[in-house]
Design a protein around this ligand. Structure first.
Ligand code: HEC
Length: 258
């Protein structure tokens, strides 16, 4: 009985050891190099580069918004990247949205206000898929939190459109991307050098455009990050202060005990 049991245990242990090493060679081939961009906003006390986030909003509105919604954002939220109320009003007014019905009951349209949600490019999911080879462009409101690797992954994705390696079988209407899992994505390369025109003289290289739009998307996913970090600092300072007070009180109370 005894030897049988230890034999079984031994086989089981070997199985446990072998299992992960068996799967490694298969996965190693698929290993994708995640870029490490050292984003300022990911540092301990880091904040968003607001000028970059504003340019990123321009990239989103000029390019990405043709296919992707950001339905969790309202125009007034743009104050979070440092836009002034007047600028926000002007941005919203440039967008036409449904506005109830007219006197005859027909649907009416008019300029948006800062209280409106970001306008979605498609009326519904079917329309979105029909325009995108059957694929659904995901809403980008929370995309940086929704993907492993967050901002680095999205940087890699938007700069990862390259020629498919020889022998790689592409499906119709798909594009090769070195960062995307499986390497075939239904999104055509959205940004190239000079896809937008910046008014602040910043270079419009692909790298810069992608950094800017990723900064904007990171802010959209975590608009309260800076406040959270500042609150953390305040809490730590408060505890340091309280420790000092407690120590001083203790010394005072016990000062006549020898
Ligand atoms: C012509 C339409 C189109 C444009 C323009 C476009 N996208 Fe996409 N995007 C898509 C589609 C379609 C998908 C879904 C791809 C799939 O499922 O294969 C997608 C997917 C994505 C994804 C998700 C990838 C994943 O890991 O699932 C991200 C992030 C993204 N797009 C970001 C952007 C950004 C940022 C821009 C602007 C710079 C942009 N897209 C412009 C159509 C577009």
């Amino acid at each position: 009985m005894r030897p049988m049991r230890s034999l079984l245990a031994g086989v089981f242990a070997i199985g446990l050891l072998a299992a992960p090493s068996l799967s490694v060679p298969v996965r190693a081939e698929e290993e994708i190099q995640m870029p490490n961009m050292g984003w300022k906003f990911e540092k301990l006390f880091g904040t968003y580069d607001l000028a970059s986030a504003q340019r990123g909003f321009q990239v989103y509105s000029n390019v990405c918004a043709n296919c992707h919604s950001m339905a969790l954002l309202h125009y007034r939220d743009l104050s979070g990247i440092g836009l002034e109320p007047e600028q926000i009003k002007a941005i919203a007014a440039g967008v036409t949205v449904p506005q109830g019905t007219d006197d005859q009951g027909a649907p009416k349209e008019g300029p948006a206000t800062p209280a409106n949600q970001f306008k979605s490019p498609f009326a519904n999911e079917k329309a979105a898929r029909a325009a995108n080879n059957g694929a659904l462009p995901p809403d980008l409101s929370l995309i940086v939190n929704a993907r492993e690797g967050g901002p680095d992954y999205i940087y890699g994705l938007l700069t990862g459109f390259v020629e498919a390696p020889g022998g790689f079988k592409m499906q119709d209407g798909m594009y090769y991307n070195k960062m995307y899992p499986g390497h075939q994505i239904a999104m055509p390369q959205p940004l190239q050098d000079g896809s937008v025109e910046y008014t602040d003289g910043t270079s419009t290289s692909l790298d810069q455009e992608v950094r800017d739009v990723v900064t904007f998307l990171a802010w959209a996913s975590n608009p309260e990050m800076v406040e959270r970090k500042q609150m953390g600092v305040r809490i730590v300072l408060f505890f340091v202060f309280m420790t000092g007070i407690t120590y001083a009180v203790k010394r005072r109370l016990w000062s006549d005990v020898h």
